[in-house]
Design a protein around this ligand. Structure first.
Ligand SMILES: NC(=O)c1ccc[n+]([C@@H]2O[C@H](COP(=O)([O-])OP(=O)(O)OC[C@H]3O[C@@H](n4cnc5c(N)ncnc54)[C@H](OP(=O)(O)O)[C@@H]3O)[C@@H](O)[C@H]2O)c1
Length: 236
């Protein structure tokens, strides 16, 4: 049990890439951090002090375990969740198939991970988020608004996530609710989207974190879809 004045965050998909970079930065800023990933054996060492809950965001029992981890951080009357980051995501098959060929089971999996799991976690944590006047940060993509061949399953899932974000913002004016397009990042997911290509010119995920931190800290930026590139160097 730690100080109740500390802000609390849940970051999904923090095993690597953007989720890990953001969780690491929030930890070093004094946040109480709860994270997950399916492969999480390395996270106790990578994120010392964080609460690590191994599992899959699409599974209800795992989401229950995340809720228990967050509520275990404080006495009942002092529980809070200041920030929910829905970052865990499924790209679908690699190489990216056209809609003519994409297996429906793969599309279903993408939607379960990128749309239904963030909605389920939002529902689960809304009481704590409301009590904390918290922030929901849904990690989106330019593929939500651009029609790239091969990106139909993933892109349409992120478009749905953007719309969930917009509607949640309208329904919950006490919360800040954002979907953020982080831009290209040099990660495993990006490599899977461009198999065999040299992606070394893409920025590291750590480069996106300062813009996200400014957005989280501002509390004044209007809810909705934002591009991290548009936040870079601004005070929001
Ligand atoms: N990289 C880019 O260029 C780019 C561009 C635009 C948007 N984005 C978005 O940015 C976010 C982060 O992407 P990234 O590139 O950092 O991805 P990444 O390197 O592939 O990392 C994704 C993380 O999510 C975890 N994860 C995946 N599915 C999960 C599940 N079902 N349950 C729990 N954890 C799960 C992964 O760990 P396990 O596999 O061990 O579970 C991993 O830790 C995603 O929302 C992505 O769509 C990325």
């Amino acid at each position: 049990m730690t100080s109740t004045s500390q802000s609390t965050v849940l970051v999904t998909g923090a095993g690597r890439g953007l989720g890990l970079a953001l969780a690491r930065s929030l930890l070093s800023s004094g946040w109480r951090v709860v994270v997950d990933a399916r492969r999480a054996e390395h996270l106790a060492a990578a994120l010392p002090g964080a609460v690590v809950v191994p599992g899959d965001v699409t599974e209800p029992a795992h989401r229950d375990a995340l809720a228990s981890a967050v509520s275990g951080l404080a006495p009942t009357d002092e529980q809070r969740l200041d920030l929910l980051v829905n970052n865990a995501s499924d790209l679908g098959p690699s190489p990216l198939p056209r809609l003519a060929d994409v297996p429906l089971a793969a599309v279903r999996r993408v939607y379960e991970t990128n749309v239904l799991a963030p909605l389920a976690l939002t529902q689960k944590f809304l009481p704590l988020l409301r009590a904390s006047h918290g922030t929901v940060l849904n990690i989106s993509s330019d593929a939500a608004v651009e029609a790239y061949a091969g990106w139909g399953a993933y892109g349409s899932s992120k478009a749905a996530l953007d719309q969930l974000t917009a509607v949640l913002a309208a329904e919950e004016p006490g919360l800040a609710v954002y979907s953020v397009d982080p831009g290209d990042m040099r990660t495993e997911m990006h490599q899977a989207a461009f198999p065999g290509e040299d992606i070394s010119d893409r920025p590291a995920p750590e480069a996106v974190v300062p813009a996200l931190l400014r957005l989280i800290a501002s509390r004044t930026a209007p809810s909705g879809r934002v591009r991290a590139a548009d936040l870079a160097g601004t005070s929001v």
